[in-house]
Design a protein around this ligand. Structure first.
Ligand SMILES: [Zn+2]
Length: 257
């Protein structure tokens, strides 16, 4: 019993540290793009006890809960998200896992994804990243040289988005990204598919969740929990789905200006 309690305490402490590490949104002007991102950590296989039943907790957070007028920033649900793929460090199973992950987002939100090709562009996570023309989102498998955070052996993925004020309040997410560390896959720290624990499918669901505007969840049964556990979910959980529904309801959005 004692060791289990200590394990839980260590886990919660880790979450606090991850929360403090999140970059603060930029506030340089009313029409400036604001951005933020967060990652998914490996290497700390935590066992949380007691494990909440999946149906008992439906928590979620948003990357941008306080957009214009204090309202949520989200993608315009009335048009597809045009995405390009950075294949710099693409594993053989990468695209199949990506298609399955995006299909889960579409099922939950109704928002469609339109593939527009490959790209060399690597988002930095900066609120003023300049995406290629015609590209709303980038999903990529990249190296530590391309995305320095991945030099850490415990960081396997990173995702985020940037937004501008909308005409109807809140904000419009205009660009987003979901990055996977190619090195984490090469090391074998993340395997193919949607197996529990350390599957790339779970990792992509998590980072694409950030790309859609979700923040971290406190329930280990939700995909948006920030650290992989021994029983990481292989599909969006109740908290994730509640957040995704909120991110896709409320009608069409248009950027100010
Ligand atoms: Zn994360």
């Amino acid at each position: 019993m004692g060791s289990r309690l200590r394990s839980l305490a260590v886990t919660l402490f880790g979450i606090v540290l991850l929360g403090l590490a999140l970059p603060a949104p930029a506030t340089s002007g009313p029409l400036a793009a604001r951005g933020s991102g967060a990652g998914w950590s490996i290497g700390r296989l935590v066992s949380v006890w007691p494990q909440p039943a999946r149906s008992e907790i439906a928590d979620h957070t948003f990357l941008f809960p306080d957009g214009r007028g204090g309202s949520l920033a989200r993608w315009n649900p009335c048009q597809p998200i045009r995405y390009a793929v950075n294949t710099s460090d693409l594993p053989s199973f990468g695209l199949a896992d990506l298609q399955a992950a995006l299909a889960q987002v579409t099922a939950a939100t109704g928002i469609r994804f339109e593939y527009v090709g490959t790209t060399d562009f690597v988002p930095s996570g900066s609120p003023v990243d300049s995406y290629p023309a015609g590209v709303d989102a980038v999903v990529g498998w990249v190296s530590a040289a391309q995305f320095p955070l991945f030099a850490s052996p415990t960081e396997a993925g990173y995702g985020g988005a940037q937004w501008v004020p909308s005409t109807s309040g809140g904000g419009v997410i205009t660009h987003g990204y979901a990055l996977v560390s190619g090195a984490a896959i090469t090391r074998g720290a993340v395997g193919a598919g949607f197996s529990s624990g350390v599957g790339e499918g779970h990792l992509l669901l998590h980072e694409v969740g950030h790309m859609m505007g979700l923040g971290h969840a406190a329930n280990p049964a939700d995909v948006m929990y920030p650290t992989n556990t021994l029983s990481s979910a292989t599909s969006y959980g109740p908290g994730d789905l509640a957040g995704l529904r909120q991110l896709s309801s409320g009608g069409c959005l248009q950027p100010v200006g």
